[in-house]
Design a binder for this molecule. Structure first.
Ligand code: BDP
Length: 331
C-alpha cells in the first residue's frame, strides 16, 4: 500500500508529462492526455463508461485530447483522488457522492438513508433539473475547485456481515465499515450498529482480520472487491441509494478552449446514460455469482430501519428542506 505522500508524488510526476510546456493560451490546441481515476477495476461499469468516453473524445479531436485511465485505486482512495483533481494532478475523478458531501453540503441530501423511493426515483432526480442544478452548485463553488461533469448509477447499498442480520437487534455491537462522511456513521449507528469510517482500500483486510464485522454496498462491489469471500450474509436493508459522480479538475478545465469544454460536457452526459445499461447487466450478473458462491441474501423488513434513521434525515436534511421536497415531488 502506498502512502498518501507517495500517491501525490506519483500523481505529480504523471501531471508533469501530461502537458507539454507552453504558454497558457497556446495550450488549448496542444495534445493533452487527461488522467482519470477510479477505485474499481477495468471492466467495472463506471470505469468502462469513462474509457468509452475517452475513445469518443480522441476520435472527435483527431487524437488531440485523450483519456488515460488509472483504475483499481492506483491513485489512492476517493479522498486522495478528489485532492489530486483539486490541485490539477488528476483531471477526472470518478467517485461516490459519499465523500463529496463534506465538500458541497447540498450533496449530503443524496447521502441520506431512505431518501430515494427506489433506483428509478434516483435516476429521475439525477437526470432532471435537480441533477443539473447540483452539478452547477459544485462547479460554481470556488472552494470545490472542481467542475462536475455527470452522475452515474451505483444501485442500492445493503448490509453484509459475517454473522446474519435479520433485524436491528442483530446489528447490536457489530462494527460496520462506512464511507468517509459522518452522515454514514450516524446512519448505521441509528440502525443499531457501530459505524467505523474507513477507506475502501483497507476494507478487505479489515473484514478478514475482524477489525470490522461487516460493511454495506451494492452487489457488484461486494463481488468484485472479494468481500463476499469473508462475509457470507447480505441483508437487503437497501438503506442507501447513492449515485456516483465524476468531476474534472477546475485548474485543468480553465486551460481548455470553450469548444473542448462543451465537447467534454456533451460526452459526459452520454457517459452518464451509457453507464446505466452496463450497470443493470452488472447487477444481475453479480447477484447470480454471489448466490452461486454461497452468499445468503436475507430479505428484511425495512420499516424498523427507516423509522430508526428518521433523526439522521432530520439532522442533515433540515438545511435543505426545499430541495428534499422537490426530490419527493419528482415522479
Ligand atoms: C462503491 C462506489 C465507490 C466507493 C465504494 C465505497 O462505487 O465509489 O468508493 O462504494 O464504499 O459502491 O467506498
Amino acid at each position: 500500500m502506498k502512502s498518501r505522500r507517495e500517491f501525490l508524488m506519483q500523481a505529480g510526476a504523471l501531471a508533469g508529462v501530461a502537458l507539454v510546456g507552453a504558454p497558457a493560451p497556446a495550450r488549448a490546441q496542444q495534445k493533452m492526455v487527461l488522467k482519470a481515476a477510479d477505485v474499481h477495476a477495468l471492466g467495472y461499469p463506471t470505469v468502462e463508461a469513462i474509457v468509452r468516453m475517452g475513445k469518443k473524445l480522441e476520435s472527435a479531436t483527431n487524437g488531440r485530447l485523450s483519456i488515460q485511465m488509472f483504475p483499481a485505486m492506483q491513485l489512492g482512495g476517493e479522498k486522495e483522488m478528489i485532492e489530486q483533481a483539486q490541485v490539477g494532478a488528476l483531471q477526472i475523478a470518478r467517485i461516490s457522492v459519499g465523500p463529496m458531501g463534506p465538500i458541497v453540503d447540498e450533496l449530503n441530501v443524496f447521502n441520506l438513508p431512505f431518501i430515494f423511493r427506489d433506483e428509478a426515483h434516483m435516476r429521475k432526480v439525477i437526470d432532471g433539473p435537480i441533477g443539473a442544478e447540483l452539478l452547477d452548485k459544485i462547479s460554481s463553488n470556488p472552494a470545490s475547485r472542481l467542475i462536475a461533469l455527470g452522475w452515474m448509477d451505483s444501485g442500492t447499498r445493503s448490509l453484509y456481515t459475517k454473522t446474519p442480520v435479520r433485524g436491528p437487534a442483530d446489528l447490536k455491537g457489530m462494527k460496520i465499515r462506512m464511507m468517509g462522511n459522518p452522515v454514514f456513521v450516524d446512519t448505521i449507528n441509528a440502525m443499531g450498529g457501530s459505524g467505523v469510517m474507513m477507506s475502501f482500500s483497507e476494507l478487505y483486510s479489515a473484514l478478514q482480520t475482524g477489525v470490522v464485522d461487516g460493511a454495506e454496498n451494492n452487489p457488484p462491489s461486494l463481488l468484485t472487491q472479494n468481500h463476499y469471500q469473508v462475509t457470507k450474509f447480505y441483508t437487503l436493508t437497501g438503506h442507501l441509494i447513492i449515485p456516483e459522480i465524476f468531476v474534472f479538475s477546475r485548474r485543468t478545465w480553465e486551460t481548455l478552449s470553450k469548444e473542448d469544454q462543451a465537447l467534454i460536457k456533451k460526452l459526459s452526459r452520454e457517459a452518464q446514460l451509457e453507464q446505466r445499461g452496463l450497470w443493470d447487466t452488472m447487477v444481475e450478473d453479480s447477484v447470480q455469482k454471489l448466490k452461486a458462491a454461497g452468499v445468503e441474501f436475507i430479505p428484511v423488513d425495512k420499516k424498523p430501519f427507516y423509522d430508526a434513521t428518521k433523526p439522521v434525515r432530520e439532522k442533515y436534511g433540515a438545511k435543505h428542506l426545499a430541495l428534499i421536497k422537490r426530490m419527493e415531488e419528482t415522479r
